[in-house]
Design a protein around this ligand. Structure first.
Ligand code: NAD
Ligand code: ZN
Length: 251
């Protein structure tokens, strides 16, 4: 993409945002790479490093059955590859929070588990895959924060009953939370502009949410191609944070 091509697209994005009152953003791991959290599927993504270190692909390490069978490896992997407690929101998260503050954006639907949308100030966030910041005892349901899990030696155990404390994230083989899914679908169906960014749109059922959209325009801001590029009214193959910051400067 040459420079003026990109500038035209950013102007078009700014004008779409300006003319919208109910924007919904749909985000994935790519919105957090500018905060130095690696995504899964791009060439420098987590998949490669995990397979090297544990000899198993992420779909196995992050599955319900693996968590049951080998919790000590699961938590070792979680601490090394999944949790980035010092990561700060970047311009992608901040722009979406600013648009919500201005009353233009109604909801962020995210596949991320890193909590960065909330850290940036977004209030209405649907976390389809849960959050690493919430943890609970598998037996008695007692709630724990992330620090509790990180500071535990090996497998984190419940203070009340001694059972395993696990993150409230959706593992492979587990289903998504029904209420969160319904809310996300409702928000998307009422949106007038859908801003999709930083997601390969390869993970189901999350990626299927796009079909609920009934509004005017779909924008995809993603470095690599996605299977939905053909449905986009505006396709920007660039960094989400930089793109959003440039677009908001034009408002
Ligand atoms: P993915 O890794 O499959 O795809 C990320 C996409 O973002 C890629 O297509 C890549 O080209 C693009 N990208 C990377 N950096 C970008 C940038 N700066 N600007 C624009 N695009 C950029 O991620 P996914 O679709 O979200 O699916 C991965 C699954 O893994 C999700 O379910 C999510 O729960 C989980 N995950 C979460 C985190 C996180 O919470 N930060 C990180 C890794 C994986
Ligand atoms: Zn307990």
């Amino acid at each position: 993409m040459n420079m003026s091509d990109n500038e035209n697209k950013i102007e078009k994005l700014a004008s779409l945002i300006k003319n919208s009152q109910r924007i919904v953003a749909f985000t994935g791991a790519g919105v957090s790479t500018e905060s130095d959290i690696p995504d899964f599927r791009s060439s420098r993504g987590v998949y490669q490093s995990i397979e090297k270190e544990y000899g198993q692909p992420a779909e196995v390490l992050l599955s319900h059955s693996f968590f049951e069978k080998s919790p000590e490896i699961f938590f070792d992997y979680l601490r090394k590859f999944l949790v980035f407690p010092d990561a700060m929101p970047n311009d992608a998260h901040k722009s979406l929070a600013a648009l919500e503050n201005e009353g233009r954006l109604s909801c962020v639907v995210t596949q991320n588990i890193d909590g960065l949308h909330a850290k940036a100030g977004s209030r209405n966030v649907c976390e389809l895959h849960g959050s690493l910041y919430r943890n609970y005892c598998v037996k008695c349901g007692e709630k724990y924060n992330l620090d509790y899990v990180l500071s535990a030696d090996g497998i984190p155990r419940c203070e009340k009953c001694g059972s395993i404390v696990r993150p409230d994230v959706v593992l492979y083989e587990e289903s998504l939370n029904q209420k969160v899914m319904e809310k996300a679908a409702r928000e998307i169906s009422k949106a007038d502009l859908l801003l999709i960014m930083g997601t390969s749109l390869a993970v189901y059922p999350a990626a299927g949410f796009i079909r609920y959209f009934r509004g005017g325009s779909i924008v995809i801001i993603n470095k690599d191609a996605t299977p939905y590029d053909g449905s986009a009214n505006l396709l920007i193959a660039a960094k989400a944070g930089e793109t959003m910051r440039s677009a908001l400067e034009l408002l």
